[in-house]
Design a binder for this molecule. Structure first.
Ligand code: ZN
Ligand code: ZN
Length: 350
């Protein structure tokens, strides 16, 4: 059973939900995940069914994308960086509301863990908080928009919000999953001149070329730092790492131009070990970011506009599955057969 929304909450009929790496990490209980049983899903899109009495900027019938939760009141949120909210963990990973309550219960009244990313959108209906419900234009394809709320804003935001890549820059992107390819499309949209994609899968690298990469490197068969310096003898200016792998990060750093900037997004399997003595005289900046440094309420509408102008064709990354095929969708994502799986959950007419 699902309770009605509380005063600051919104009830959303889910139309579709993307599958993101973090859902699988939570399923496998790798990092501080909520206890089971839990309703996961955190790239939901849908239509508002009802709103609590303290929600004024949204209304019944609005098309919305659900993004990450944040309090909106702490000094970090008020500073314009809600993606680093003090309550980020509680509001996204704790398996309940901040006060420990839940909106889902069994018929005998026992609570089910929920509120994953303030939404738990692997479901036909979701309760979200007013802060993480983003209204989107009705002429955009609602069933495709959910991944903008996490994976796609993470990659695109690294380029646009964190690095602020400009016309004529050089960029390297290591790892060509959904996050890496979103970064790549954003780099092309910003008119970076040299865009290098690195992966171990030749098929993905060919696809990266289609999306706008100017060069590719297969890190299994080629020496990454050597190849970067062949392409850019003075070194690469910007890097986005989605692999979290020491050897990849060190190879890229050793071929960056002085004052180069690297963004780290990949979940590292091992502690990061940098060859710092080589880098001390380079002035590099390395930044660890969450959600592409994105303020979703501003960035998601911007990405939709870019999509509608043909500058951010993220639909090319998506494969749709029906909700009952969730296990197939997860398997295809894990095996790299699908870049971004989206589960079709509800129907809507335009
Ligand atoms: Zn906060
Ligand atoms: Zn995610």
């Amino acid at each position: 059973m699902l309770d009605p929304p509380k005063s600051e909450e919104v009830l959303v009929r889910i139309i579709a939900t993307g599958i993101c790496h973090t859902d699988l990490v939570a399923r496998d209980y790798v990092m501080g995940s909520p206890n089971f049983p839990v309703i996961l899903g955190h790239e939901g899109s849908g239509i508002i069914e009802s709103v609590g009495e303290d929600v004024h900027h949204l209304k019944v019938g609005d098309h919305v994308v659900l993004s990450y939760g944040f309090c909106g009141e702490c000094e970090i949120c008020r500073n314009g960086t809600p993606q680093y909210c003090y309550e980020f963990f509680t509001r996204n990973f704790s398996g309940g509301r901040v006060d420990g309550s839940h909106s889902h219960h069994y018929h005998d009244g026992k609570a089910i863990n929920d509120n994953f990313f303030s939404q738990s959108s692997f479901a036909t209906y979701a309760i979200a908080h007013k802060n993480n419900v983003i209204a989107v234009p009705k002429d955009a394809p609602l069933e495709l928009l959910g991944p903008l709320g996490c994976g796609l804003q993470t990659g695109a935001g690294a380029i646009i919000n964190s690095l602020r890549v400009r016309v004529g820059s050089s960029v390297i992107i290591t790892g060509t999953g959904a996050v890496g390819l979103a970064a790549l499309m954003a780099a092309k949209a910003t008119s970076a001149t040299t865009i290098i994609a690195v992966d171990i899968n030749d098929e993905r690298l060919a696809f990266a070329m289609e999306l706008g990469a100017t060069h590719t490197i297969n890190s299994l068969s080629e020496n990454v730092s050597q190849r970067i310096l062949e392409i850019l003898p003075k070194g690469v200016q910007y890097a986005v790492d989605t692999t979290g792998r020491n050897e990849v990060i060190n190879s890229v750093l050793s071929s960056m131009r002085p004052t180069g900037e690297m963004i780290c997004i990949g979940v590292a399997q091992k502690p990061l070990a940098l060859e710092t003595n080589i880098f001390l005289t380079k002035g590099y900046k390395i930044k660890f970011i969450n959600q592409g440094d994105s303020v979703s309420a501003e960035f998601i509408p911007k990405l939709i506009k870019m999509y509608q102008n043909g500058q951010f064709p993220f639909d090319k990354l998506i494969k749709k599955y029906s909700f009952e095929d969730i296990n197939q969708a997860v398997e295809d994502s894990e095996k790299g057969r699908t870049i971004k799986s989206v589960l079709l959950i509800g129907e809507y007419g335009n």
